[in-house]
Design a protein around this ligand. Sequence first.
Ligand SMILES: [Zn+2]
Length: 270
Amino acid sequence: MAFTNEQLERYSRHIILKEVGAKGQKKLLNAKVLIIGAGGLGSPVALYLAAAGVGTIGIADADDVDLSNLQRQVIHTTKDVGTPKVESAKKTMEKINPDVKVITYHTFVTSENILDLIKDYDFVIDGTDNFPAKFLINDACVMAKKPFSHAGIIRFQGQLMTYVPGKGPCYRCVFRNPPPKDAVPTCKQAGVIGAMGGIIGSLQAMEAIKYILGQGDLLTGYLLTYDALKMEFRKVKLPSNTDNCPICGKHPTITKLIDYEQAECDGVHL
Ligand SMILES: [Zn+2]
């Protein structure tokens, strides 16, 4: 596949990087990334992956754009209120970069459909806002041997980690089970600073891009936390012993996917 003149210009700041080059840009154009959730985290991920020329981007979300989303979900505009988030996201991504094929899934991700959704993708982004979805994505990605980026945001705080099969702990190694329903406040109850989605979502996009390029160190085996009020990032080393994990361990006790009770809560265990 040869680049067109337009592509050479569009991706010139990538191609000039020794870690990317023409070869890396081709890897990006051939890559397939699935973003689950077109909200506060999914918006910046989708914008940066589309701009970077990730050739196929899937985006899954069951919701419509709500006026209260626009304070942080920057892929949607005021005009999009009331339309499906996946359609609004696709429209913006195609405007940014016509090289990108956007595939929309206007549906809730459940134990019934997740393995089918992730099977054709190279990397998965968890941009969801609730624990049942986060555990479901983890377990499905472990079972299907798919790398993924986990993240969560609430108030002035965010966190992320990256799972790569065989390379380090999964989300369940660290956070064994979802917290009890209603034990953790939701973004709706607790609030979240809009820029937090931009910061943490951009870091997720960076992890996906590095994974595709095969460059640098990923957040495997580490949890990165960000406290915006203290302006403090902490990279916490996670235990490397995954043997006893109920999903990725030597003797998994979880052998089928679980739909936990859906509590609208956020994904930060802080
Ligand atoms: Zn595990």
